[in-house]
Design a protein around this ligand. Structure first.
Ligand SMILES: Cc1cc2nc3c(=O)[nH]c(=O)nc-3n(C[C@H](O)[C@H](O)[C@H](O)COP(=O)(O)OP(=O)(O)OC[C@H]3O[C@@H](n4cnc5c(N)ncnc54)[C@H](O)[C@@H]3O)c2cc1C
Ligand code: SF4
Length: 566
């Protein structure tokens, strides 16, 4: 529940920014430690967007919490480098199998590892979903209706926007709203976008980005050097590592890094989860817990549930209705570069600068349903070389074009690809180094997806040409995996209910992006964190002893106007 708006309100409900810098976790652990045999109130699998938010909220509510995280406990200043090639260990690069008509490359662009999760190297855009996203089936006859409405999530959007905090201009799309921090100045790429959009009559705005603008606790100011996707060394860009983990630890949560969970255990007599099996330092462990929350990202969450099959759940945990792993979504993310006579130097600013949601909603005059958003992306040289190479340029021509890097601007679109049951994660026969079956991700686009992608590419080319580009180059990409254990009104349509509680096991929750039934054309992290905050508020309202009885709606303070902080 919100403790009020403004800086004082944020600090009262989440003190993370004032607890920085974090003590080096390897040297000085002021952190509480639990034993495997301690039956904690909640064990959380994965310390990313969803898992960290749950940990912070429920540690504050007095729950004893252990978060098991497969990757390391990052120390930004020590571990991260201002070097594109040197940042690869931030990504989840364990083996995965991909197939389908349109296989999705996984790795750097699609998931992270370590405390903070994928947000450690996310771009930083933090838009809200639109109210229409919550009932696309009723509204447009595609996708699925959520078992909750935008209004149920709105207060949690407002809370998380303050805690990241989000900077941007007043937002005219979806449910119009303002942001706690004023917009950042824009660089050459943002200027090109604004100029082109104006010439085309397309509305574009600066933001919304999770980069503090001005004073916020002990966070340092953005120095505009463009390494947001490599991990922000100065703590200006938000990730749960700095926005929620410090407060969780201060309230008694243990973050146990380098701990890979391999199975969730369920007592066949009671039907309740009893804890999780995990591997740490090459040794098998079992952490006991009264409740379990899985927040391991859209691929690893279904993989873990499927690998937790038992005589009671022979086809995988919570998979009685063959829904685990299904309806996994990616956003179509075409990327268009435009060459300008003058220097743009797109790397001299954060990649997230300017965006437009003018094409977000279904337009009845178009041959597709739902829509797309457009944002600046500003790839660094290696990613830009991949863009050029994907156009078929190689050898001398690739080198020539790379020496021209400073003259290019670059936009990316996010297209709302539709949820399809055949797009899913299953377990492959191949095993990882622990003997756990690796995830197989099967993905194919539908006709609506293809038409959306083509329309978005056309609009970006139009904008950059109107801004003065003499040449444009578009490549097809994907971004942002969500779904795979979606929420629904009942167990025949989804794996969890509106409170992220699995239908099959009363004390087992899923609190990451896997639960999203649709994805809009907004970047997902803010929605994932807000959903986790709502789930935690509902749990904290009455079920500390376990999720064995129905929950009640927590009382909320009346909404107040957000105060500008800078
Ligand atoms: C390059 C890139 C750019 C992005 N840009 C944006 C953006 O601008 N805006 C936006 O909103 N979103 C962006 N995203 C997406 C966003 O970061 C994710 O959607 C979000 O972090 C997902 O949250 P999550 O809780 O589902 O998983 P994560 O945040 O990925 O957390 C999952 C955690 O679980 C851990 N884990 C996995 N399996 C296990 C296991 N078995 N045991 C223990 N731990 C495990 C992982 O190591 C990871 O730390 C971007 C993502 C990437 C990769
Ligand atoms: S541009 Fe700003 S937010 Fe991005 S990595 Fe650099 S300092 Fe951090």
């Amino acid at each position: 529940m919100s403790a009020g708006r403004g800086l004082r309100g944020v600090r009262a409900r989440n003190e993370s920014a004032w607890l920085l810098p974090l003590a080096d976790p390897d040297v000085d652990t002021g952190m509480r430690r639990f034993g495997d045999d301690d039956e904690v109130d909640l064990v959380i699998v994965g310390c990313g967007a969803g898992g960290s938010t749950m940990a912070q909220r429920l540690a504050r509510a007095g729950w004893s919490i252990v978060v098991l995280e497969a990757g390391p406990f990052w120390e930004p200043d020590r571990d991260w480098v201002s070097d594109e090639a040197g940042s690869h260990r931030l990504y989840w690069t364990e083996p995965r199998v991909i197939d389908g008509d349109d296989p999705v490359p996984l790795g750097s662009n699609n998931s992270g590892r370590g405390v903070g999760g994928s947000m450690v190297h996310f771009a930083g855009y933090t838009p809200r979903f639109h109210p229409s996203d919550f009932h696309t089936e009723t509204l447009d006859g595609v996708g699925a209706d959520w078992p909750l409405r935008y209004e149920d999530l709105k207060p949690y959007y407002e809370d998380i926007e303050e805690e990241l905090p989000v900077a941007g201009q007043d937002w005219p799309w979806g449910d119009p709203h303002s942001y706690p921090h004023t917009p950042h100045p824009v660089g050459g790429n943002g200027e090109a976008f604004l100029r082109g959009a104006l010439a085309c009559g397309i509305e574009a705005r600066v933001g919304p980005v999770a980069i503090s603008n001005g004073r916020f606790g002990h966070r340092r100011h953005c120095i505009y050097r463009g390494f947001c996707l490599q991990g922000c060394k100065v703590d200006a860009k938000a990730s749960p590592l700095i926005t929620h983990v410090p407060d969780a630890i201060a309230h008694g949560a243990e973050i146990r890094a380098d701990s890979m969970v391999t199975r969730v255990a369920v007592d066949p007599r009671t039907g309740l989860a009893t804890g999780v099996h995990y591997e740490h330092g090459g040794v098998e462990h079992f952490q006991r817990a009264r409740n379990v929350a899985v927040a391991a990202y859209s691929i690893e969450t279904p993989r873990l549930l499927l690998n937790s099959a038992s005589p009671q759940f022979p086809d995988g945990l919570c998979n009685d209705h063959d829904l685990v792993g299904r309806y996994l979504m990616v956003q179509g993310a075409p990327q268009t570069g435009g060459r300008f006579e003058e220097e743009v130097r797109m790397y001299k600013a954060p990649p997230p600068e300017v965006s437009s949601e003018a094409f977000y909603e279904t337009d009845p005059s178009k041959p597709y349903k739902r829509g797309y958003s457009i944002q600046t992306v500003s790839p660094l040289p290696i990613t830009w070389a991949e863009h050029i190479a994907a156009q078929g340029h190689w050898g001398t021509e690739l080198r020539r074009r790379m020496t021209d890097f400073v003259h290019w601007a670059c936009l990316g679109a996010l297209c709302e690809f539709l949820p399809q049951p055949e797009n899913r994660v299953t377990l492959d026969e191949e095993k990882d180094r622990r003997g756990m079956p690796v995830a197989r991700f099967t993905y194919s686009r539908c006709g609506n997806d293809r038409r959306l992608m083509a329309a978005a590419a056309g609009t970006m080319e139009e904008i950059l040409t109107a801004a003065g580009a003499s040449e444009v180059m578009t490549i097809e990409r994907y971004a942002h995996l969500v779904g795979g254990a979606r929420m629904a009104a009942d167990e025949r349509h989804g794996v969890v209910d509106a409170d992220c509680r699995t239908f099959a096991v009363p004390n087992l929750l899923i609190t990451d992006g896997s639960v999203l039934p649709t994805q809009g054309s907004a970047n997902p992290a803010l929605t994932i964190m807000s959903l986790a905050a709502r789930t935690a508020a509902r749990l904290g309202a009455g079920a500390r002893g376990g999720l064995r009885r129905p929950q009640r709606e927590p009382a909320r303070e009346p909404a107040r106007e957000p105060a500008k902080e800078s």
